[in-house]
Design a protein around this ligand. Structure first.
Ligand SMILES: NC(=O)c1ccc[n+]([C@@H]2O[C@H](COP(=O)([O-])OP(=O)(O)OC[C@H]3O[C@@H](n4cnc5c(N)ncnc54)[C@H](O)[C@@H]3O)[C@@H](O)[C@H]2O)c1
Ligand SMILES: [Zn+2]
Length: 374
């Protein structure tokens, strides 16, 4: 039996929320990260001069888990929320469901100052964000990311959008939210595989931008994998600050922001050649990062030891690191060209020179793919 004293200590061991401010010239906003935050949503929105009506956009899985907490918190702060459900899955991030969403927003009589609140992973965030960017020429947008990928990546940076039959994320807008509320407690219900896939993007930030984050992951990985709120909050805070720093510098991805594509050139090729069925995005990115690290070493940019550290951390996290043997260099080259929309020309491939430092290398898709045969 746990003694009352220990119980009490456990109960007070709550982690204080951390705030990262994304400072953009005309609109800065906070990302609040911590445990048990959903309860505070209404109170946090109360000071933002919003209309009482608000829409919570979610999917049936997330609604079942967190819908009532969010709705009750809003109601306590005198909001009148409607909940709009989009079925779960990437295949619903499209025009048909965007139109469905506009119809529901009109039906609920949302006004220029009514908030659209995305409660879910990146799919919900991207779709609801694009709806918020375009409905009545833009209404206040709030993100409550509930996957690790959404907490460290898709909810930071203001990219919103939907897929087109000809490709992913082809239609979209840059639209910054008013508030991001990342509750690490929501990750406890996330399927393990989704959580681990999200860790690939976390590791990416360490590799490209921060030796300190990489070291922290090496020492604290088991606590992060055990979903201990303290290291998890810290790691997510660091990732959000790193992405915020890049976005503040290059909001519209005209240059530097493309370092965030580290591991994604090969990752996207692997995802598309396996028809988005074999790997989650983060898993494909892990394969792509392992490849990019090896390519960096083969091209003389980084040491073999750096490659080993990256491989070790990816494997310890439970991520795949090998390109599926069935994929040929020719197939990979074609997929890379299709993704980057280049033909014959050179690609700005993100390499690393050491942990935390990137260097661009200009390579043709065929040269990149040839490296897989070495
Ligand atoms: N906007 C950007 O900058 C950006 C960046 C990266 C990725 N993305 C987009 O993000 C999307 C992928 O996001 P994702 O990985 O979060 O996938 P997702 O939104 O599909 O969520 C994954 C699964 O987890 C479930 N889920 C979500 N939260 C849960 C929770 N707390 N407990 C239990 N189940 C939960 C969802 O219902 C879903 O089935 C893609 O569409 C991608 O294009 C956007
Ligand atoms: Zn990614």
């Amino acid at each position: 039996m746990i003694s009352p004293e220990i119980q009490c200590r456990e109960a007070t061991r709550t982690v204080a929320p951390e705030t990262v401010t994304v400072a953009l010239p005309d609109r800065s906003y906070p990302i609040v990260i911590g445990d048990n935050l959903l309860d505070s949503l209404g109170q946090r929105l109360a000071s933002m001069q919003l209309d009482a009506r608000a829409a919570v956009v979610t999917n049936p899985i997330v609604r079942q888990l967190y819908g009532s907490l969010v709705v009750e918190s809003l109601a306590r702060a005198d909001f009148q929320p409607v909940v709009i459900e989009i079925p779960a899955g990437e295949e619903h991030k499209n025009f048909a469901w965007l139109t469905f969403l506009y119809d529901r927003l009109l039906e609920a009589r949302l006004e220029r100052n009514s908030a659209v609140i995305a409660l879910g992973g990146g799919v919900i965030g991207d779709l609801a964000g694009f709806a918020a960017a375009t409905f009545l020429r833009g209404v206040p947008f709030v993100q409550i990311p509930t996957t690790l990928l959404a907490q460290v990546d898709s909810s930071v940076g203001g990219k919103t959008g939907v897929n087109h039959p000809q490709g992913k994320n082809l239609i979209g807008a840059f639209y910054q939210p008013r508030l991001v509320l990342a509750d690490v407690g929501t990750l406890r219900s996330l399927p393990r595989r989704e959580f681990v896939a999200g860790l690939a993007e976390v590791i990416k930030y360490g590799v490209i931008l921060s030796p300190d984050l990489f070291d922290l992951l090496e020492t604290e990985l088991s606590r992060v994998l055990a979903l201990d709120p303290a290291p998890l909050t810290e790691v997510i805070r660091i990732c959000c600050s790193l992405k915020a720093m890049v976005v503040e510098d290059d909001e519209r991805e005209t240059g530097w922001r493309s370092i965030l594509n580290f591991g994604h050139t090969m990752g996207h090729a692997v995802e598309s050649l396996t028809e988005y069925k074999q790997f989650l995005h983060g898993e494909a990115v892990a394969i792509g990062m392992a490849f990019a690290a090896r390519l960096s070493s083969a091209r003389g940019h980084c040491s073999e030891e750096t490659v080993m550290r990256i491989m070790r951390l990816l494997k310890q996290a439970g991520l795949p690191v090998e390109i599926p043997p069935g994929l040929t260099a020719k197939q990979l080259a074609l997929a890379i060209e299709a993704d980057k929309k280049v033909s014959g020309g050179k690609i700005k491939f993100v390499c690393i020179s050491e942990i935390g430092r990137t260097v661009f290398d200009r390579l043709a898709a065929s040269e990149i793919a040839q490296m897989t045969t070495r």
